[in-house]
Design a protein around this ligand. Structure first.
Ligand SMILES: [Zn+2]
Length: 403
């Protein structure tokens, strides 16, 4: 197969153009199906057409650019919707790199490459909504029932897909594999000074909602030894849990108590109840299960020691995803060539569309550094040279996979 090279300047120019849709200072506001998002998708579709690709818009607003006659192409892309206050590169980089790689390969007579922008990766309605619908993880009927925080139904909003182009199903078996370039959204590459991360796994996520229930009482008249203080229970639980989890954690393990509600939350009342979330992430499903046992044991021991009641509900589990070994090997060879000592294997601590797509076809991902590790923030940025290097490295890997 003829090798191809990307045009870095053309890619950067498209990336900067995409930034203008919903631009807000240094950042972007481009929530799924807002005017800015639809305008951006219309523009993307026009760039795909100009590149000689056929535009297909699926029923949930995912936009595909398909090379002519190709039913066995490599799909490259990401998402072009953003958080309510998003950065200009999260998702957008991967979408434009997909466009550039599909365009450059077509111009050079290289392998057939398709590109995609998935819809609502950032969760206006759910998480990774577009790729979950396309891959069948969620049925269209289930997706239609979703509503955003204002009660707007997905079923209503997705009618806007027809503003982007003709709507039709896009069969998943048109594609042989999926590749996604994304900013790291964390500090690992920026801190180490490395410029490329070859993703090995995407973490699995477990979460539960828990409560300690004690006795609400007067903060002045109740002696310390007779109290059943739910908040003090949470403090003890958190301290014990940190030390126990540190003992079994792997290099990528993280855990968070991110939501806490104290009742009645008043200065002169002993808290009778505290509701809280516990979430933990790691690329090993086995370790995630062990962590759950530790979380439960620690909560039970705390409840017993402090005469509290412990309840748990809403357990959720997203399994870990492993990248395809053949694609990982090609990405590593490409990275070694691009920056011999400037890359590393990495675990993605964030979810990506690639995790859904990997259920249907071999998948690989590449990261470039986020300056100061900042993302989901207007200040999100990456050095221009790293943007181009990431795209070149992904293109080199595709050349390796197709030759
Ligand atoms: Zn993203």
């Amino acid at each position: 197969m003829t090798r191809f090279n990307i045009d870095g300047e053309r890619m950067l120019s498209d990336l900067r153009k995409l930034r203008t849709f919903g631009e807000c200072g240094k950042g972007v506001k481009r929530r799924a199906f807002t005017d800015a998002d639809i305008q951006a998708r219309r523009w993307l579709a026009s760039r795909m057409t100009e590149a000689g690709l056929t535009v297909h818009v699926d029923p949930v607003g995912n936009v595909f650019g398909i090379p002519e006659g190709a039913t066995n192409s490599i799909l490259v892309g990401s998402h072009s919707d953003t958080q309510p206050e998003g950065g200009w590169l999260d998702g957008a980089l991967g979408v434009i790199v997909g466009l550039e790689i599909a365009r450059a390969s077509r111009e050079a007579g290289g392998p057939p490459i398709a590109c995609v922008s998935f819809q609502d990766e950032e969760g206006r309605f759910s998480t990774l909504t577009g790729s979950r619908a396309w891959t069948g993880v969620l049925s269209l009927a289930d997706v239609d029932l979703l509503a955003d925080s204002d009660g707007v139904r997905f079923e209503e909003e997705r009618k806007k897909a027809s503003l982007i182009g003709t709507v039709s199903e896009v069969p998943t078996d048109w594609f042989r594999s999926f590749l996604e370039l994304h900013i790291e959204q964390g500090p690992i590459l920026d801190t180490s000074g490395e410029r490329i991360g070859v993703v090995r796994d995407i973490v699995g996520i477990r979460g539960e909602r828990m409560s300690f229930i004690g006795e609400q009482n007067h903060a002045g008249t109740t002696p310390m030894n007779l109290r059943r203080d739910a908040f003090q229970g949470l403090v003890r639980f958190t301290t014990d849990l940190n030390s126990k989890l540190r003992g079994i954690a792997g290099p990528a393990t993280v855990w968070t108590i991110g939501h806490v509600a104290v009742h009645p939350n008043a200065a002169s009342v002993i808290p009778g109840r505290v509701d809280f979330s516990v979430q933990w992430r790691d690329p090993s499903d086995e370790l995630l299960q062990r962590m759950r046992e530790v979380v439960h044991q620690t909560a039970l021991a705390t409840a017993e020691a402090m005469r509290l009641e412990w309840t748990t509900s809403d357990y959720s589990a997203i399994p870990a995803t492993h990248c395809d070994p053949t694609i990982v090997a090609a990405l590593e060879r490409a990275a070694v060539t691009a920056v011999p000592n400037g890359w590393r294997p990495i675990t993605s601590g964030a979810l990506h569309d690639a995790a859904n797509v990997s259920k249907l076809m071999p998948m690989g991902m590449l990261f470039v550094p986020s300056i100061n590790g900042i993302s989901h923030n207007f200040d999100e940025d990456t050095a221009v040279d790293d943007l181009v290097l990431g795209a070149e490295t992904l293109a080199r890997a595709i050349n390796l996979l197709t030759n």
